[in-house]
Design a protein around this ligand. Structure first.
Ligand code: DQA
Length: 162
């Protein structure tokens, strides 16, 4: 069975959503809690899997501090996922490679940020992926991911039925 594929209760394969977290997000809960909150990445991933179960989508999560590892993981999902959720963290503002791999795999993508980057330094106002994603959710802390999963599940369920 493919890593992203899970069987639903009726035995049908559930649509798959991959959630990718970029650099330093492994430190959530300890890292600048006044900006990013006190929820850990482990808790966010568990909440995503739980919500995925409710919404009928299989959720796989991945975190790396390395741009190449993020590109490799997204490439590996090519043809296997119905939606991608990504918080590229600092790579949001610099990475052409992440933009290119999102375009290469062609899956609908939702961009997530915990903080409202527009209330922060100007360097955080630019995103290399803003114009190629379906939508962006930012500023709601850990809840940003759950809102994104609700949107992704709608897309993924639609995609798996068509
Ligand atoms: C972030 C915002 C980025 O500017 C920053 O580099 C991060 C986290 C967020 O989720 O608010 O690491 O993506």
């Amino acid at each position: 069975m493919a890593r992203e594929a899970r069987l639903g209760e009726a035995g049908a394969t559930l649509p798959s959503v991959l959630v990718v977290h970029g650099p330093n997000l492994n430190l959530l809960g300890e890292r600048e809690p006044e900006v990013y909150g006190r929820t850990t990445l482990k808790d966010i991933d568990a909440a995503l899997r739980g919500l995925g179960h409710e919404l009928g989508v299989a959720v796989e999560t991945f975190q790396s501090n390395s741009e190449g590892a993020i590109v490799d993981r997204i490439q590996a999902a090519r043809g296997k996922i119905q939606a991608l959720i990504i918080n590229p963290a600092a790579y949001t503002h610099t990475s052409v490679a992440i933009r290119d791999v999102i375009l290469a795999i062609g899956a609908p993508c939702i961009e997530v940020h915990l903080s409202n980057v527009y209330k922060r330094e100007p360097m955080r106002h630019h995103s290399t992926i803003a114009d190629i994603v379906v939508g962006r959710i930012l500023g709601f802390g850990a809840e940003s991911y759950l809102l994104a999963l609700r949107a992704a599940a709608q897309i993924a369920n639609g995609a798996s039925r068509s």
